[in-house]
Ligand binder design. Sequence first.
Ligand SMILES: *Cc1c(COP(=O)(O)O)cnc(C)c1O
Length: 326
Amino acid sequence: MRAYTLIFWRRTLVTLNPQLHIATPLVESMPLSRAAARPVWLKLEALQPPGSFKIRGIGLACSEYRRRGAARFVSSSGGNAGIAVAWAGRRLGVPVTVVVPETTTERARGLIQEQGAELVVFGASWQEANEHALSLLGTDGVLIHPFDDPLLWQGHASMIDELAAVGHKPGAVVLSVGGGGLLAGVIEGLRRNGWADVPVVAVETEGAASLAASLAAGARVTLPAITSVATSLGARQVCEQAFRLAGEHPLTSVVVSDREAVDACLQFVEDHRLVVEPACGAALAAAGRIRCAAPVLEASANLLVVVCGGATAGVDQLRTWRERLA
Ligand SMILES: *Cc1c(COP(=O)(O)O)cnc(C)c1O
């Protein structure tokens, strides 16, 4: 009887709710509106069940790869991408292996295992973990990339569809950039809703600013190392699609310090009672000092901040960083 209920429940989930992300709230931030001297709205991706926006694209990609016959998903991300793949695999009934380097925190390891994924710890850095992940694919496994896959961008774009559905056209979108999957997805979403004129403010932290370096050089640059605490922005090179779109779309690149990003996270806990990673705090910090990004903005333009979230740091960790960076 119990088994029957479980099977029925799972089948219902899969057939009636193929979408693995949730539609997130859009709320006005009074504290950030005051700081930016214009209306600031928040798209609360931090409320996605696995803790970040990543499930939008990863959910779509995993559903599509399963439809094409994938029998196993493999991820080499010890961060929010790995957590999202583990979540998607559990919901779709597809086994997941996440290979993480030894540097991955206990908290992140726990979040991956909690979703029933197999956790393999391998190598001193992501490069080694990724190579090991590739060796585990076999014939029917699929590697789910954290930011460089058209299915991811298509899935991330759904957050802009949700704004269009309620007629909320932003004056500008403020978002964080790691490998650039979020940036590519948001621009895809703006374009497919007829909002290609909406500028984007692309934010990184010092020590993880691979887009800013590439825009300055006029070509994609590979950073020698990542030195920021915003590890979720820690792609040494942005994907080609993000770099191309950054050149086509009205866009301003902003770089904030780790200190600003961490302070913005702790302020966000006070103001909105939500914990996010410094990767997300970077966008919040930039929104608060938006006058620096003025060239792309109308004086009164309202802002939309993508509160991308992140589940790998708690309040204690944020406080520890603040003390270290003070
Ligand atoms: C992955 C991630 C980012 C960066 O996204 P990209 O698609 O790699 O640019 C930003 N914030 C959080 C919380 C993330 O997990």
